[in-house]
Design a protein around this ligand. Structure first.
Ligand SMILES: [Zn+2]
Ligand SMILES: [Zn+2]
Length: 331
C-alpha cells in the first residue's frame, strides 16, 4: 500500500434476492451470497445497502470501518429495527441527491444521503401491511429472527427462503383489527393450519387462557418494566403493558371485560441502577469499535432518544440476572 488513503467514497452494495439478503442480515452464517458490489469497498468507505424489493429499499444506514461487510451488515441490522425505507424515500429526504456508487464522501451529495440514511425511522406495524415484497421484507427485518406469535427464535440460517412463514395481511384486515403481519415459526404455522385459523390474532388468543369472568378468548399478556419506544409502537393486540410494577402483578388482562388475573411470573422490571448508563456506554463503545475516546464521546452524545433507549435497555438486559440475554417481546 502506497501512502495513506485520503479518497473515501460512498459505496452502494446490492442485496439480492431480497429474502436471502435479509436472512443474511439477521443470520450472517446463512449459506447465501446475497451481497453484490462488496469487492469495491475499502476501509474508510461508507456503505449503503440497497435491497431489491419492489420498490427497492435501504437496509440499514451505513457501515464504516474494517469489519468484513457480511458481519458489519449483520451488526448494524441488530442495532434497532429500522423502517426499511425505500430508496425513493431516502432520496426525497436527502434533497435533490440521487444514490449512486462511488460518490466522494466529502461531497455534499454523499453527506446528505448519509444524513438521510442514518436518521433512522422506526418500523411501525402499518408499514408492514399489504402483499408487496417491501411489506414482507419489513416483517422479516422487524422480527429480528423471532416468531411474531410465540417469540421463539427461528433458525433462519437453516431455513429455505421460500418456506419462511411470512404472514401477509391486507390493509383493511389490519385497519379493522382482524389480523396482524408476522413472521411465524414452523410450530405456529402448523398450529394455524391445523386449527384452521386465518388470522394470527385469533391464533395468538387461542393459545392463551380464557377469561375467568366472562370466558372470552381475548386474554392479553401483560409485560412489566421499562419498555422501549419500539416495543410500544409494535406491541400486537394480544399484549399490553403493566407499567413498572414489581411482584404480585396480574399476568393476564381480558380485552373483552377488562378484568385482570393471575400472578405475574415474569416481572422483568429493570433495576434503575446508575451503573446501567455506564454499561450502556461500554456496550455502545464495543459495538462501534471506535477506540478514540473523544470520537466515542461525540458519537454517544449524538445518539437520538430511540437509540439511547436501545443501549440502556440492552444494558438492563445484560445486567439482569433473571434474563438469559434475551428479553422476549422487545422488538
Ligand atoms: Zn411461533
Ligand atoms: Zn373477560
Amino acid at each position: 500500500m502506497m501512502g495513506t488513503k485520503t479518497d473515501h467514497r460512498l459505496r452502494v452494495i446490492e442485496g439480492r434476492p431480497w429474502k436471502e439478503a435479509l436472512i443474511c442480515a439477521l443470520a450472517p452464517d446463512a449459506p447465501h451470497r446475497p451481497w453484490h458490489g462488496v469487492g469495491a469497498v475499502e476501509p474508510g468507505d461508507a456503505v449503503l445497502v440497497v435491497i431489491d424489493t419492489d420498490p427497492p429499499t435501504l437496509l440499514c444506514g451505513f457501515i464504516q470501518g474494517s469489519d468484513p461487510v457480511r458481519r458489519a451488515i449483520a451488526k448494524i441490522s441488530r442495532f434497532g429495527r429500522t423502517g426499511l425505507q425505500t430508496v425513493a424515500e431516502l432520496e426525497t429526504a436527502a434533497g435533490e441527491h440521487r444514490l449512486f456508487d462511488g460518490l466522494r464522501l466529502d461531497s455534499p451529495a454523499a453527506s446528505a444521503l448519509l444524513a438521510a440514511a442514518t436518521g433512522r425511522s422506526r418500523s411501525q406495524p402499518h408499514d408492514r401491511v399489504g402483499d408487496s415484497s417491501v411489506a414482507a421484507a419489513r416483517i422479516l427485518l422487524q422480527s429480528g429472527g423471532r416468531c411474531g406469535c410465540c417469540r421463539e427464535a427461528i433458525d433462519l440460517a437453516g431455513s429455505a427462503p421460500a418456506e419462511l412463514g411470512l404472514h401477509l395481511v391486507p390493509d383493511n384486515a389490519f385497519q379493522q383489527g382482524q389480523d396482524w403481519p408476522a413472521l411465524l415459526c414452523l410450530t405456529c404455522q402448523a398450529g394455524m393450519e391445523h386449527g384452521e385459523f386465518g388470522s394470527v390474532i385469533d391464533y395468538a388468543y387461542s393459545l392463551r387462557p380464557a377469561c375467568p369472568e366472562c370466558s372470552a378468548r381475548r386474554s392479553r399478556s401483560i409485560t412489566y418494566g421499562k419498555l422501549t419506544p419500539d416495543w410500544y409502537a409494535n406491541q400486537p393486540p394480544w399484549q399490553t403493558d403493566g407499567g413498572c410494577v414489581e411482584d404480585s402483578s396480574a399476568r393476564w388482562m381480558c380485552a373483552e371485560c377488562g378484568c385482570n388475573w393471575g400472578p405475574s411470573t415474569e416481572s422483568n422490571a429493570f433495576a434503575d441502577d446508575p451503573r446501567r448508563y455506564e454499561v450502556a456506554r461500554k456496550l455502545f463503545g464495543a459495538w462501534t469499535g471506535v477506540t478514540n475516546p473523544e470520537l466515542l464521546a461525540a458519537l454517544w452524545k449524538n445518539l437520538n432518544t430511540a437509540d439511547l433507549n436501545h443501549w440502556l435497555q440492552r444494558a438492563g438486559r445484560e445486567s439482569d440476572p433473571r434474563n438469559d440475554g434475551h428479553t422476549p417481546n422487545t422488538f
